[in-house]
Design a protein around this ligand. Structure first.
Ligand SMILES: Cc1ncc(C[n+]2csc(CCOP(=O)(O)OP(=O)(O)O)c2C)c(N)n1
Ligand SMILES: [Mg+2]
Length: 388
């Protein structure tokens, strides 16, 4: 075949049709370049987004109510540690938009997998606050019935709940139910193997899990800059084929909007979704931690200006959905709630130390039986000494 001058012209690089840019299969998985925000830090509305429609007004008022009660509960729990009524309490002050927004995005029959930091989320879910604090008082492994409340026990071993959530969600879907599992996880815990194993399993088997990372900037004293080199923790989803989003975690309206969409995605059978919320832990890691040793007050003050409750209150007031009377009524309800928690937590619990050995195995091992006997003998001796 001879090459004509026309053919040469057609084939020359300038004339050749540009091949379409190959579609990047990772692109739809990636989060937006900036965290989704629907309110600015002062509470003024930002331009509406069609991808994240604003939740209805009555839901936003309920969000406000639960956040105010949640914060009062949190303050009360911290006070109880100082009175020796709680062994330890990890506060989530400053993270109210995440704690409450996430719980409002799921149904009562969806499963929640909390960490030690999610006491506020659990009371917002309607669990009895004294039952929620049972673990932190050291009375029992879990004070509520997980199966009755569709709420797993609070996990202290980091990220283990990510695997539990994947398994439960897979099992539910396998049985034809449309349950979604919501797994809370901290920024630091995204470095744990269980996070990666859980999200990978969920992705491969299309298990309906929403992994909700509350990036509160610290894992005890380790700042985010020492935790990851990723531009955002939400990018961790793409490596597993999981779509992700990042959200301003101190914007309650945005948190609820983004999580609502994430839950819809999972419920519709599309597999897991990862959300990273950028927020801040205003208090030390727990009452046993001194945060002044690793962060300065100016940083904390900067986040105080982005307070999620003040932000939502301003927005609702400006829209005429909340007034002085409404604010006072919610504050009074929160006070009554705290008073009830205080009173009930001040009552001495009756605990049987021997119950520690129950439910470890269906059939107790010889070692357990021996240990139980040792404790029983020590208790009996102590009682005799007391009587003497
Ligand atoms: C497997 C495991 N390793 C270490 C710890 C000790 N530890 C408890 S909390 C914590 C920091 C977790 O930080 P992050 O995941 O960011 O959650 P946050 O406490 O900030 O909510 C560490 C290292 C643990 N509980 N479990
Ligand atoms: Mg953290």
């Amino acid at each position: 075949m001879t090459t004509t001058p026309q053919a040469v012209r057609r084939a020359s690089p300038r004339n050749r049709r540009r091949p379409a840019t190959p579609a990047d299969p990772a692109r739809p998985l990636l989060p937006g370049a900036q965290p989704v925000s629907l309110l600015d830090p002062s509470g003024a509305p930002l331009p509406a987004r069609t991808d994240y429609p604003e939740p209805p007004g009555d839901l936003l008022r309920e969000l406000y109510r639960r956040m105010v009660i949640g914060r009062r509960f949190d303050t009360q729990a911290t006070a109880l540690t100082k009175q020796g009524r709680l062994a330890v309490y990890p506060s989530s002050r400053g993270q109210e938009a995440c704690q409450v927004g996430a719980v409002l995005a799921v149904r009562d029959t969806d499963w929640v997998f909390p960490t030690y930091r999610e006491s506020m989320a659990l009371v917002s879910r309607g669990l009895d606050p004294v039952e929620v604090l049972t673990l932190l008082r050291g009375d029992w492994h879990c004070g509520y019935d997980p199966a009755a409340r569709f709420t797993a026990p609070q996990c202290t071993p980091l990220a283990t709940q990510c695997v539990h959530a994947a398994g439960l969600a897979y099992g539910e879907a396998h049985q034809g139910r449309d349950t979604v599992a919501l797994a809370f996880i901290g920024d630091g815990a995204t470095s744990e193997g269980d996070f990666h194993e859980g999200i990978n399993f969920a992705a491969v088997f299309k298990a309906p899990v929403v992994y909700f990372v509350q990036n509160n900037q610290y894992a005890i004293s380790v700042p985010l800059s020492r935790q990851t080199a990723a531009p955002s923790l939400a990018y961790k989803g793409a490596g597993y084929g999981v779509p992700s989003e990042q959200v301003d975690g101190n914007d309650p309206v945005a948190v609820l909007a983004v999580l609502t969409r994430a839950v819809e995605h999972a419920r519709a059978g599309n597999g897991p979704f990862l959300v990273e919320a950028h927020t801040y832990r205003m208090e030390p890691h727990t009452n046993a931690d001194d945060a002044n040793r690793y962060r300065d007050g100016a940083e904390v003050d900067a986040w105080r200006d982005r307070d999620p409750i003040a932000r939502l209150e301003k927005y609702l007031r400006d829209r005429g959905e909340l007034d002085d009377d409404g604010v006072a009524a919610v504050a009074a309800e929160a006070e009554a709630y705290a008073a009830d928690v205080r009173e009930r937590m001040n009552a001495q619990p009756t605990v049987d130390p021997l119950s520690l050995f129950d439910h470890v195995y269906a059939q107790p091992t010889p070692q357990l039986i021996e240990q139980r006997e040792q404790v029983r003998a020590e208790l009996a001796a102590a009682e005799q000494e007391g009587d003497a």
